[in-house]
Design a protein around this ligand. Structure first.
Ligand SMILES: Cc1ncc(COP(=O)(O)O)c(C=O)c1O
Length: 519
């Protein structure tokens, strides 16, 4: 028998009731202590505080807040005590009773709304967003990666984030800039951060830009939304890769754009089109390594794409979301760096380099677009947190950014090698890996297509959750495959997950054999 581990005692959170709504009338004939007693009792009867952890303010505080004597407060409280509304705990104060006298009799319930008979009218815009989740499914965020679930695509190793360094720099910038970081701030973003990012992109992504072209945004999604809103009217066409990052579809739908999916071949997005197909105003691509397939866009396709965009007056949106994690060959320059015509809107994010919860990213906008981007951002949510922006600026200029990228590249390279080796050993009979040169995901193609539904069900049951490649497809009809993430799990966890998956698949095979024999 397993012995239950004794869990550390958690302190219950206690809320202090403010009784802000109490109004005492000194001109009334009803004595003040009666008024106080009655109003507190009614608040407690409302049921809002009946979880036993709600504490009352001290009689002294109540007396000062209400401008009455302490003896008036004591009279009211002692009556509530006597009637069973309150309980005292030595040394801790006075609490709402766990069960109020009326709990089973007359306690008023908070007002509930009558269910609406007619279906609520939802805007076309909200309905057009392709997202099948409902209710609490949104609580896990767009990736749906809950605790205890492994090998989910696109999750970085956030436990490696240098929290202590970040906290120290944050404290330093707050001490130095003080209240300036508490005000509304620039819609372009922190000036030091824009300088630091421009320098980083010119050095490490061969971008060609100056700080005034940088707009700080709340991650890649917002970069896409701003770009779509700046260059496309509702109903105008954007090409996107198919299969594609699912958030791209959602964001462009929100912007009211007409999405035209484009196939991917071995060189990247396919440009050739029939004359009947509408021309795009914007083309979304992931040239460093296509999401989710992993293809790196060839040099030829890059120049063809730039020429095509120039010839048709379209913009290219370059999503460079984790280009820093390239494991094979020299780093590739960004598309923006070889654009001579101001056609590329380049965007990066710290979601993979640092952590996604910071919600920070950056756009390098062609000069003529900068003002429109800033204008839209100012109408949207103004800016990202000045405190986090200033901290990130320090993090970059003091060298932590580069050293963190270097360290993470090594960790991810080791995890990637380990994943590939273990995967081929344990699951090579069922899947063929397509190993990309870069990125934190690997596509595994099924050797027997008919296994797909069974594997999908098993992965969901055992909490090893690669995404089905079909989840990212719009029109593309690709052979069945799964997209595995390897980055956020240690080698031990990777091995455990792969062993779990391999043995679940083996046991399923045995069950089938047994079923056949016993038929
Ligand atoms: C293709 C692609 N772009 C961008 C992102 C990150 O976007 P954000 O900065 O909004 O977190 C992801 C995350 O998985 C992605 O897969």
């Amino acid at each position: 028998m397993h012995k239950r581990k004794s869990r550390p005692q958690k302190r219950r959170r206690r809320s202090i009731i403010a009784f802000e709504m109490i109004r005492l009338d000194r001109t009334a004939t009803e004595p003040l202590h009666e008024q106080l007693y009655r109003q507190i009792r009614d608040e407690l009867k409302s049921g809002r505080f009946s979880d036993g952890s709600s504490r009352l303010p001290s009689s002294r505080t109540l007396a000062i807040d209400r401008g009455i004597s302490r003896s008036t407060v004591r009279l009211a409280l002692s009556k509530l005590h006597a009637e069973g509304y309150l309980r005292s705990k030595a040394g801790s104060g006075t609490f709402v009773a766990n069960l109020l006298p009326e709990t089973f009799l007359t306690a008023d319930q908070p007002k509930t709304y009558q269910p609406i008979q007619r279906p609520v009218r939802i805007s076309d815009r909200a309905r057009a967003i392709p997202d099948r989740r409902v209710g609490h499914q949104f609580d896990l965020g767009a990736t749906g990666a809950g605790p205890g679930v492994s090998l989910v695509a696109s999750i970085p190793a956030v436990d490696e984030f240098p929290i202590a360094v970040w906290e120290r720099l944050r404290a330093q910038v707050l001490a130095k800039k003080g209240v300036n970081l508490l005000r509304y701030s620039s819609n372009r973003g922190d000036v030091d951060l824009r300088k630091a990012i421009a320098a980083y992109l010119c050095d490490f992504r061969a971008a060609r830009c100056h700080p005034d072209q940088i707009v700080i945004v709340a991650g890649m999604q917002q970069a896409m939304l701003l770009s779509a809103m700046a260059v496309l009217n509702p109903g105008e066409v954007a090409w996107i890769e198919d299969p594609c990052y699912q958030q791209t579809r959602r964001v462009l739908s929100l912007a009211g754009v007409k999405i035209v999916p484009r196939a991917i071949d071995t060189q990247g997005i396919v440009i050739a089109r029939s004359p009947k197909e509408p021309l795009p105003r914007m083309i979304y691509v992931t040239p460093s390594h296509q999401f989710p397939i992993g293809v790196t866009m060839s040099f030829q396709r890059r120049t063809d794409l730039l020429n095509f965009a120039g010839a048709h007056n379209a913009f290219i949106f370059e999503d460079d979301y984790d280009a820093e994690f390239r494991f094979v060959g020299p780093p590739l320059p960004s598309l923006q760096g070889i654009d001579n015509a101001g056609r590329v809107i380049y965007a990066g994010t710290v979601s993979k380099i640092l952590c996604p919860s910071l919600r920070l990213g950056y756009v390098v906008a062609p000069e003529q677009l900068v003002d429109s981007f800033v204008k839209i951002r100012s109408a949207m949510d103004q800016h990202s947190s000045p405190i986090e922006q200033a901290t990130l600026a320090r993090f970059i200029t003091e060298g932590f950014f580069l050293s963190h990228i270097k360290r993470m590249r090594k960790i991810y390279a080791d995890r990637r090698d380990f994943f590939i080796k273990q995967f081929n050993e344990l699951l090579g009979d069922r899947f063929t890996l397509q190993v990309p040169e870069a990125g934190l995901n690997i596509v595994a193609w099924l050797k027997r297509e008919e296994d797909f539904s069974m594997i999908k069900r098993i992965t969901s049951d055992i909490g090893v959750r690669p995404s089905a490649l079909s989840f990212f497809c719009i029109q593309a009809e690709l052979k069945p495959a799964f997209v595995f993430g390897f980055a956020a799990w240690t080698p031990t966890q990777i091995r455990e997950s792969l062993v779990k998956l391999a043995s679940a698949l083996k046991n399923h095979g045995k069950d089938l054999d047994y079923g056949r024999q016993s038929r």
